[in-house]
Design a protein around this ligand. Structure first.
Ligand code: SF4
Length: 78
C-alpha cells in the first residue's frame, strides 16, 4: 500500500484525491491520509502529488515510517 508522508503537512494540494480509483484518500486536519485497508497500490496518487509526498510503503524514508501508523490511527479514530 501507499502512504502519504511529511511533505503533505500544511501543503495539502489534494490532487491525489481526484486520481484515486478506489476513493481511499481523505483530508485530515494537517494532511491527507490513505486508507491502507482499501488502497490497491496502483501508484496513481504518487504520480499526481506535486510535492512528492506519497511513497510505496517499502520505499518510505526511514524518518517517515511513522506516517503509516499515523494513517492507521486516523482511520481507526474517525
Ligand atoms: Fe489510491 Fe492508488 Fe494511491 Fe492507493 S496507490 S491511495 S489506490 S491512487
Amino acid at each position: 500500500m501507499y502512504v502519504i508522508g511529511s511533505a503533505c503537512i500544511e501543503e495539502k494540494a489534494g490532487e491525489c484525491v481526484d486520481v484515486c480509483p478506489v476513493d481511499c484518500i481523505e483530508e485530515g486536519d494537517d494532511q491527507f491520509y490513505i486508507d491502507t485497508d482499501i488502497c490497491i497500490s496502483c501508484g496513481a496518487c504518487e504520480a499526481a502529488c506535486p510535492v512528492a509526498s506519497i511513497f510505496y510503503f517499502e520505499d518510505l524514508p526511514e524518518d517517515q515510517k511513522h506516517y503509516f501508523d499515523k494513517a492507521v490511527e486516523y482511520y481507526k479514530n474517525k
